[in-house]
Structure formats: structure tokens, C-alpha cells
Design a protein around this ligand. Structure first.
Ligand SMILES: [Mg+2]
Length: 218
């Protein structure tokens, strides 16, 4: 008991100044300032140039890989292959579920330029492409149409969440699907996504993380 008390006292003495310091130096900014910074990041070309560097590195890495006829790269969809930036900006960087849903159903989201360049490179190397998204099955067809419309015309399959999979955490859902792909004989050489949940777990290959300052998914 004495040991515990002593440890607690040391802990208190050591950490209290840290917390006081952290509290005293926290600088808040307005929500408007944050939104302006995010918009500037995307509209100024900084987002594109960061994506370009990431894709350049990925291509350089894959160029050194030994490939076979079952080599595949797994693509996420939202904020990886297709962009919801215009909608998000138009509503002041919030999230309105029915507008988001309508936008997906409209199948008119633009491709993310650097991801499309990466896709074209993979197709030119005869590397398989599979889309794996947390979107639900009701928007499967709209998603597929949107991808094709934006030039992602050659892919093996588009995997979406089935009705009994809607509550599975994103990382677990994607890892399970990747495992099934490997059991079918695919060799996943890389995964590309905008969320860490796209890249957690096994069977990812080389991990390609694109920036996303619009939202994060647990
Ligand atoms: Mg995404």
C-alpha cells in the first residue's frame, strides 16, 4: 500500500507541472480559421503536390517488386479514388448524411488525379486492381458507375459492405476481405487509402496513405 502511495506521489509531482504547462500554452483558433486553412490546403495545390510525391514513391517502390499474374493493389474509394471535396466544401466542411448519400448516388464524384495516375500505371503493368470500400451494398452500382465514368474502367471487383456487415469496424472489415482475396490466390502487393483503417492489419503489402483533412474514420 505504501509503495502504491509513494508511486502515486511521484507520478503527481512529475506530471502535474507538465499538465499545467500544456494547459497554459494551449492556443485555440476559431473554427473559421481551421476551415480556411483546410480550404487553402486543397485549393492551393498543396494537396495535389503531396499526393504526387506519395504516388511517385509508390511507383518507384512497385517498379522494384517481383510481380506475378495474381499481383493486385487494393484501392479504397472515398478520398482515395473519388473525391467528396466539392460537396464537403459547399456545406462549410460539415457532414450532412442525406446530401452525402445523394451525392454518392449521383455517381458524379471526380477522380483524385494522382490516384488515377497510379491506377493507369498499374493497368499498364498488368497489375490487378480491386476496390474495397466501406460503402454499403445499396450504392454498389452507383459506385461502380462512378468509377468507370471517371476512367477506372479495368478492375476485378468492387467490394462493398453487405447488410450483415454494416456494424463491423472499418479496419476489421477490410482486413477480413483482404484475407479472403489472398485465399482466392491474389497476392496483395499494395493498399492505397486515406484512412489508417484502410491499412491496418495483415495482407496489405506496401501501404500508401493519402492525406485527408476533411474527416477521419475509426
Ligand atoms: Mg476513404
Amino acid at each position: 500500500m505504501k509503495l502504491i502511495n509513494k508511486a502515486a506521489l511521484i507520478y503527481f509531482l512529475l506530471l502535474t507541472p507538465f499538465f499545467c504547462f500544456a494547459q497554459a500554452t494551449t492556443k485555440l483558433v476559431t473554427l473559421g480559421e481551421v476551415k480556411d486553412a483546410v480550404q487553402k490546403y486543397y485549393d492551393s495545390g498543396q494537396y495535389d503536390s503531396e499526393c504526387k510525391k506519395i504516388i511517385d514513391d509508390a511507383i518507384e517502390h512497385i517498379n522494384k517488386m517481383t510481380l506475378n499474374d495474381k499481383s493486385v493493389v487494393v484501392f479504397d474509394v472515398d478520398e482515395t479514388s473519388l473525391s467528396n471535396y466539392d460537396l464537403t466544401k459547399s456545406i462549410g466542411f460539415g457532414y450532412i448524411q442525406n446530401l452525402w448519400h445523394e451525392s454518392i448516388l449521383s455517381a458524379k464524384l471526380p477522380a483524385i488525379k494522382e490516384t488515377k495516375r497510379f491506377y493507369d500505371y498499374l493497368v499498364s503493368k498488368s497489375i490487378h486492381v480491386i476496390f474495397l470500400t466501406g460503402r454499403f451494398s445499396e450504392v454498389h452500382d452507383a459506385t461502380k458507375n462512378n468509377l468507370i465514368e471517371q476512367g477506372y474502367t479495368k478492375f476485378d471487383t468492387l467490394i462493398v459492405r453487405q447488410p450483415d456487415e454494416t456494424k463491423i469496424p472499418a479496419a476489421e472489415f477490410k482486413e477480413t476481405k483482404r484475407k479472403i482475396l489472398t485465399e482466392k490466390g491474389y497476392v496483395i502487393i499494395a493498399c492505397i487509402g486515406d484512412q489508417m483503417t484502410d491499412l491496418f492489419g495483415s495482407n496489405t503489402g506496401y501501404k500508401i496513405k493519402l492525406p485527408n483533412y476533411l474527416y477521419s474514420i475509426e
